[in-house]
Design a protein around this ligand. Sequence first.
Ligand code: RAM
Length: 360
Amino acid sequence: MRKSTLRRSCAALAAVTSFALAATACGGTTKEDVKSDTASASATGKADPNAELKKGLTVGFLPKQVNNPYFTSADKGGEAALKELGSSYKEVGPSSATDTSGQVSYVNTLTQQQVDAMAVSAQDPGALCTALKQAMSNDIKVVTYDSDTKPECRNAFVSQASAEDLGRTEVQLLAEQIGYKGEIAILSAAQTATNQNIWIDFMKDELKDPKYKDIKLVKVAYGDDDAQKSFQQTQGLLQEYPNLKGIISPTTVGIKAAAQYLSGSKYKGKVKLTGLGTPNDMRKYVKNGTVEGFELWDPAKLGELAARTSVALVSGQITGKEGETFTAGDMGEFTIGKDGVISLGKPTVFTKDNIDQFDF
Ligand code: RAM
């Protein structure tokens, strides 16, 4: 038995009571113990690449937001992979992308339910840390996917693509579309979102290149991955900046809402829009001339890789240390990079020429 019953019931207790109470009841575990336990999770554990993949595990998926079609696809990918591996899937999560305390409660719920691993897309880099460390100290493997927490608060991060590539290519796409001239804005998701914020930092850095000297980033607006708010924020951007030439929306909810607004307005085809969207959401806006090009990875593949990484961690094939490798089924071999990051690969750019080849 991999886990001691005592540790598990302590996890359950800690999840529902205050930490101090749980610590006392569990034989005096201190915060320091938890810290060093966690730090050793990937630092001193030894990976056995030949270890057999365990079956009968339960992996809990905790997306940023459950009613977001992007996460529905991602988590379905995780579910299918777990089924194939002989393990079980469950999904919990908040319906708003700005409910960080809700996410913390869900981490505690999964800990209490004694899952073997959890795959989490973090709404905020720091807010989940204590709860995730508590999960790890109870032998639950923690994988972040899509949006990371701090490296010490999880065993591995399954990243959709290089954050740098994503940030820079979105600026490159928009710059070409507007002829390297004019005011631009960003319509992001939640203000705390780890993934969007890293991409935006790289967008700003890319804009420092002299070739963009005639482009001015006038505002970063936040639509909170809420369709209505994102629509209103787009409307607000155009009111505030009537000369706006382009918008980058690095969120599937944001880009869809922005396209919807632009498509029904006098700005259609004049104010350019790019960012990260699903081909199924964006097809009609590409075909009606609102959007020329945008990008994304396959969310189902991201979820699949998060599930396979979780099972590899629980089975001891990997510990999350840089340089370790594992085979993720038909997806092939992956090597863990710096800070425990596992990268899915390169995103696809969608235009009218290829969009019909994709169905997600
Ligand atoms: C939204 C979410 C998610 C992001 C995608 C691109 O669905 O914010 O975190 O990765 O967009």
